[in-house]
Ligand binder design. Structure first.
Ligand SMILES: [Zn+2]
Length: 384
């Protein structure tokens, strides 16, 4: 049994002052305030002093960081990537694909499935908990930097191949609902428990609504790679902003979406339906230079990842996304944390994660009052 103590704990939906969290075999066995009684002498305890214990962050859209790219065949840099994530408070992530030729994508998702199935309990690194298929079912008109030649129309046959290669580990799939065949694939993916997410889409309002009726329930990097909001052509964005059954994620790096539009999103969705993602690529955490994203190179320059003048993923980290949300929107740390913890856990069905309660996994981000990461605990193991 290990005890973790601090000044404050955010579950994050409630607050515990002077918390004591007891952990056994990577699971929270109790959490209460210190005033409730003395710790048994046999318990090993770690005191985080003035810090806050929050749930470990969950990034459902990350392509890589620290020189590693999810699509690359050489997996030797993956531990370094997962350590980098943990240094930024992330304890779980969805390995996110980029549109490549189908064979390459099938191999990449199979490698991610291996990583998910073999994630070790005893290592203090972020764990892959699922795969996010960003492509190949994306709109040519809103493909961003996903290569046009690698985009496919949705079919049950291609979806089944991806599903088999991923051994059922697909947690999120971004799809443009206006594509021929999208409705059937959305319905089938939703039936299998995948969080179907609208994105890279040129859909008008009607097509977006058809996608939602078929089972889509989330939106990928809202505002980016989407038909814009227009008062006479309300588009997919009007559906995302006004349908309370949809959750939505956003890249809060200050480059992808103007701060006031992040504010608009949170005002529309509320803090309980807004999800923070990084969309980070291998360049995150690296000096300016050229880095890989799938089959092409991206230039990192002053915090922006660019290909031929287009933004191509980000160099954002989850802790900075949380701090940016506080800056861009009128919310405090505890509310901002929802976007990185309980909300993403809920939408991908990550049971035992994203919220601190008895029986939950002992995954913590240890934060200062301003949201800087001081330490990370994964499965009860401290990483400083
Ligand atoms: Zn992405």
């Amino acid at each position: 049994m290990i005890a973790f103590t601090a000044k404050t704990l955010y579950t994050p939906t409630t607050t515990i002052a002077n918390p004591v969290v007891l952990v056994e075999d990577g699971t929270i066995v109790s959490l209460e305030t210190r005033d409730a009684g003395e710790l048994p002498a046999s318990v090993n305890s770690t005191d985080f002093k003035d810090c806050i214990i929050a749930p470990g962050f969950i990034d459902i859209h990350v392509h890589g960081s620290a020189g590693y790219d999810v699509m690359q065949s050489d997996q030797s840099a993956r531990p370094g990537f997962e350590k980098f994530l943990a240094q930024h408070g992330v304890t779980s992530y969805c390995a996110t694909t980029v549109a490549e030729p189908l064979d390459a994508t099938l191999k990449a998702v199979a490698r991610s499935a291996d990583a998910i199935e073999h994630a070790r309990d005893e290592t203090a690194r972020a764990r892959p908990i699922g795969i996010h298929l960003e492509g190949p079912f994306l709109s040519h008109a809103r493909r961003g930097v996903h290569p046009a030649a690698n985009l496919l129309l949705p079919t049950l046959d291609v979806f089944e191949k991806l599903w088999q290669a991923a051994r059922g580990q697909v947690r999120v799939m971004t799809i443009a609902p206006e594509l021929d065949g999208a409705t059937e694939v959305i319905a089938e993916a939703a039936r299998r428990g995948v969080c179907v997410s609208l994105g890279h889409s040129d859909a008008n309002l009607e097509s977006a609504r058809r996608g939602v009726a078929a089972g889509a329930r989330h939106a990928t990097h809202t505002f980016n790679a989407m038909r814009p909001l227009d008062h006479r052509d309300p588009s997919i964005l009007a559906e995302i902003l006004t349908n309370d059954n949809l959750t939505a994620d956003v890249i809060a790096d200050g480059f992808h979406v103007a701060p006031s539009m992040v504010d608009l999103l949170v005002r529309s969705k509320g803090v309980s339906n807004t999800v923070l993602i990084t969309d980070a690529i291998s360049a995150a955490g690296m000096p300016d230079g050229r880095y890989r994203l799938g089959s092409f190179e991206v230039e990192l320059q002053g915090g922006k990842c660019v290909v031929e003048g287009r933004l191509a993923g980000s160099a954002l980290t989850m802790d900075r996304a949380v701090r940016n949300l506080i800056k861009f929107v009128n919310v405090g740390l505890q509310e901002a944390l929802r976007g990185a913890t309980v909300n993403p856990a809920r939408i991908v069905g990550a049971n035992g994660k994203g919220i601190l309660e008895r029986g939950a996994d002992a995954d913590f981000a240890i934060l200062t009052a301003s949201g800087e990461v001081r330490a990370t605990v994964i499965n009860g193991i401290l990483m400083q």
